[in-house]
Design a protein around this ligand. Structure first.
Ligand code: GRF
Length: 201
């Protein structure tokens, strides 16, 4: 049985693109719906070019606005791929254990409210950490707190700036997120996967 995946995205959608590229016909999962809080999100253009229906929330805090399209699409899994707002509690209740998020740092460090986008990488650089990476985790009521399913590491280089570090992390995100979704499809639900070994330069 094919796992039906809904993706929520607020921005350009490069992680959505990585999923669409991996989840070709014949794959055990496919993207059936893209949800967004922003009508102009690049993720929506991408979805449309792949024939995937999209839905824009009038008010992303209202659970019905999620649940109606998720039900219609018969979604088994919800993937937050650059979705910046809090998922309403009513949605988390209904899809508990079936919502995953990708975060551009090694959680539990550098996560939580306000830690998104460039700010994450600025904080990593300011801390003097020698490595960063990406984390995929289950979503619960608190930002970035749910069970970690997978991590991928990248080195922080001496002359890094936030954009350079973000780009290095994004590359591993594009492998990590599809790997988690494929593993979930094979297992029938999101499961932890072992950490890939990254080759440090
Ligand atoms: C990624 O870095 C993701 O980890 C974070 O937001 C960014 C989204 O990028 N949550 P994109 O829209 O998938 O290109």
């Amino acid at each position: 049985m094919t796992m039906r995946v809904a993706v929520a995205a607020s921005g350009r959608g490069s992680n959505l693109e990585a999923l669409l590229r991996t989840l070709r016909p014949g794959a055990p999962a496919r993207v059936v719906l893209v949800l967004s809080d922003r009508a102009g999100a690049g993720a929506r253009t991408l979805a449309r070019s792949h024939g995937v229906p999209t839905q824009v929330f009038a008010d992303p805090a209202r659970p019905e606005e999620w649940l109606a399209p998720l039900d219609r699409a018969q979604a088994d899994l919800v993937v937050l791929a650059g979705y910046l707002k809090l998922v309403p509690a009513g949605v988390i209740d209904r899809y508990r254990g079936r919502i995953v998020n990708i975060h551009p740092a090694l959680l539990p460090a550098f996560g939580g409210r306000g830690m998104y986008g460039r700010r994450v990488h600025e904080a990593v650089l300011a801390s003097g950490a020698r490595e960063s990476g990406a984390t995929v985790h289950l979503v619960d009521e608190v930002y970035d707190r749910g069970e970690v399913l997978a991590r991928a590491r990248v080195p922080v280089l001496a002359d890094d700036d936030p954009d350079g570090l973000a780009a290095r992390v994004l590359e591993v995100e594009h492998r990590l997120l599809p790997a988690v979704v494929l593993a979930a499809a094979r297992a029938g639900r999101p499961v932890p996967i072992p950490e890939p070994v990254e080759s440090h330069p």
